[in-house]
Design a protein around this ligand. Sequence first.
Ligand code: ADP
Ligand code: MG
Length: 471
Amino acid sequence: MGRILPFKCMQTHNATDLLEIIKQQLCEQTNRPKYELLIKPLNAVSFDDNLLVIAAANEMNRNWVQDQFGDIIVELVELITGKRAELRIVTGRAVPDGSPAGPEQDREGFGLDILPSPAEQDDIPLRQAAKPLLNSRYTFNEFVVGANNQFCYSACWQISQRPGQSYNPMFLYGGVGLGKTHLMHAIGHEVWNKQRASNVVYVSSEKFTNDFIEHVRTGKRMSEFHRRYRQADVLLIDDIQFLCGKSETQSEFFHTFTALVEAGKQIIISSDRPPRTLKGMEERLISHFSMGLVADIADPSLETRVAILRQKARQENVNLPDEVCYFIADRVTSNIRELEGALVRLLAFSDFSSSPPTIEFAARVLADILDTSGIRREVSIRQIISAVCDYFNISDSLLLSPNRSKRVAQARMIVMYFAREFTNLTLSQIGSELGNRDHSTVSHGASKITAEIVEDPYIEQAVSQISRMLK
Ligand code: ADP
Ligand code: MG
């Protein structure tokens, strides 16, 4: 039973540990009074099915935390668990789940490199304490190299050996779940392991944006913001497509970018599409993105997918028959996160029911993952938008616009529903694809459609018709 640690940790007694790590992070990212007032009183309630439930002291505390930290908390949970996550903040006196923090062993289950506690930090040199927040599983060692990612992998490896001296910047792009974040973290680990004094900064573009807005809004000194990013030796900025349409943040990022490059520091940028197709991105940034090395990760071949499954099974000390590897790899074709998810689920079920992971068993326990109502699981948000717009006979631009007429709003919520069901995008990513709407709007829209499918024949009809279009 002990072999699928990450899965079990997420399923069981981990909300308290998880919240503890999050509090530690937020403590570093916010000022003391805010931390004491808003974050410290939070209690963990549960963490199940990737839904983290935390309890705030009262309604006001809840609203503040939701507004100011909701996105960051979701992002941290996703970073820690490597899975899409949701957050619910309830009010009242909650019973925290499980006993507090045993266990380094449990904590490791999250795959996060735990930052030293303040007491531990006193014992180590200051520079060493600034360990970057990186997922400990995302290393070069654990990355399976195939024809689809060979070039990217080699470039990232070279950069990690001589940051700032080979390709600068590196622009890495590819579809969802293909290993971009993994490679960025791998560079971070490698640089930091070789040179503990290096200031490695990993940040999602969303966090960069939120940080920037927070500084502008609260009138905090920009010097603090500049110090955080412009003093990096290696800046890893993930999902840059999030900056599209955000001109002030782009301008700030442009200055961060030039300051770093001029100082000979390394920048690695990831994106879900190539620089030239980033609509709403300033020309000067696009041309800067292209001035170093641009490399893409393509969809993995069947052989690579099988190799990835074999490696993951090996890591779990499970002997997975080849035919089962092929069975899964044949059905999950373009998203490695989903491939991993299928394997973790198969192994968990096989473990819990003490049944060997045969093809028949896999077909049974993975039925809904591999073949949900016949829709291809790899459907992209672009395909969803296009099918929904066709069905409602509206243009893409109207769907993405602020227009709130009933039909357009319904169409938009149906996109949110399908994107939640059939892509691996996070709520925030879906929101950004849908004209920069925030994560709570997406969560609300998707839940509304889930409820209305049962109650409203018009919505039911629309959803089943669009499902057929997506097959
Ligand atoms: P992206 O950032 O491109 O959306 P991630 O880096 O988050 O994708 O990868 C999704 C999951 O798939 C992660 O758990 C990652 O470890 C795993 N993964 C992706 N590519 C590989 C690979 N080549 N070898 C091993 N694991 C991989
Ligand atoms: Mg990523």
